[in-house]
Design a protein around this ligand. Structure first.
Ligand SMILES: Nc1ncnc2c1ncn2[C@@H]1O[C@H](COP(=O)(O)OP(=O)(O)OP(=O)(O)O)[C@@H](O)[C@H]1O
Ligand SMILES: [Mg+2]
Length: 237
């Protein structure tokens, strides 16, 4: 399981995360909700090791996070558009390959290509393996990004607004896929979402952030209205 403890992040004078504790169990899809600027992306970057923290720890199954334990899926998909879908998925394994093989796609081994095909099959896109990545729709590209994350063989998948560029049907598909990966592959999956209704339909649990603090941790159908209400106006004299 993924355990984030006491995560405290400051940008200059401004503290944007205040001792945040979040856990995600194996086999669980956790949705993180909250208004713009409440610290969701900062928390996800901290979990991924991409964000300096003032305090706090990130562990996977009780040990310090290893370089390949956590795979990240971003809102902007970052596929190499002119390469094939399959090459993009193989790239998920870069961190665990010898350097030479990782730099030259022609040297991707048959075993790796087979594993990447299995990952693509997992997201329902095996038939597009040899197309250029740039020729797929946004929703399909996001599913390729999920396949690439799987090819890393992670124990944890973090996704920051993975469906915000997708239409409603594609959003449902990607969320259902993330839930299935959590449940079937027993991964810990944390997804930042902006639509509470999607979280209610697909997540196993939700965490709500407000001004850098956890203010809600409960079942997917919890009332989330308070997360999005503006702070009470200070009296102005
Ligand atoms: N690199 C940075 N330097 C300074 N302040 C930052 C930086 N990144 C984020 N912030 C500030 O930290 C706070 C939290 O930002 P963050 O991006 O984590 O919010 P978020 O919840 O992901 O918002 P959104 O829903 O808009 O994506 C915001 O007030 C933001 O202005
Ligand atoms: Mg964000």
């Amino acid at each position: 399981m993924l355990t984030l403890s006491d995560i405290t992040v400051r940008y200059g004078e401004r503290q944007v995360l205040h001792r945040v504790d979040v856990t995600v169990a194996r086999g669980e899809l956790l949705a993180v909700l909250g208004a713009n600027g409440c610290g969701k992306s900062t928390l996800l970057r901290a979990a991924a090791g991409l964000q300096p923290m003032e305090e706090g720890s990130v562990t996977v199954d009780g040990k310090g996070r290893g370089p390949l334990d956590i795979a990240v899926v971003f809102q902007h998909i970052h596929l190499v558009r002119r390469r094939t879908v399959l090459d993009n998925v193989c790239a998920g394994a870069l961190g665990r390959l010898p350097l030479r093989a990782s730099l030259v796609p022609a040297l991707f081994s048959r075993e790796l290509r087979e594993e990447a095909m299995a990952c693509l099959d997992r997201v329902g896109l095996a038939d597009r393996a040899h197309d250029r990545a740039g020729s797929l729709s946004g929703g399909q590209q996001q599913r390729v990004a999920v396949a690439r994350a799987l090819c890393q063989r992670p124990r944890v998948v973090l996704a920051d607004e993975p469906v915000s560029a997708l239409d409603p049907a594609a959003s449902e598909q990607v969320l259902a896929l993330l839930a299935e990966l959590a449940h079937v592959e027993q991964l810990a999956v944390l997804a930042v979402l902006h639509q509470p209704s999607l979280a209610a339909r697909h997540a196993d649990r939700i965490v709500g952030l407000r001004d850098g603090r956890v203010v809600l941790d409960g079942p997917p159908h919890s009332n989330v209205d308070s997360l999005y209400q503006p702070a009470a106006m200070e009296a102005v004299s």
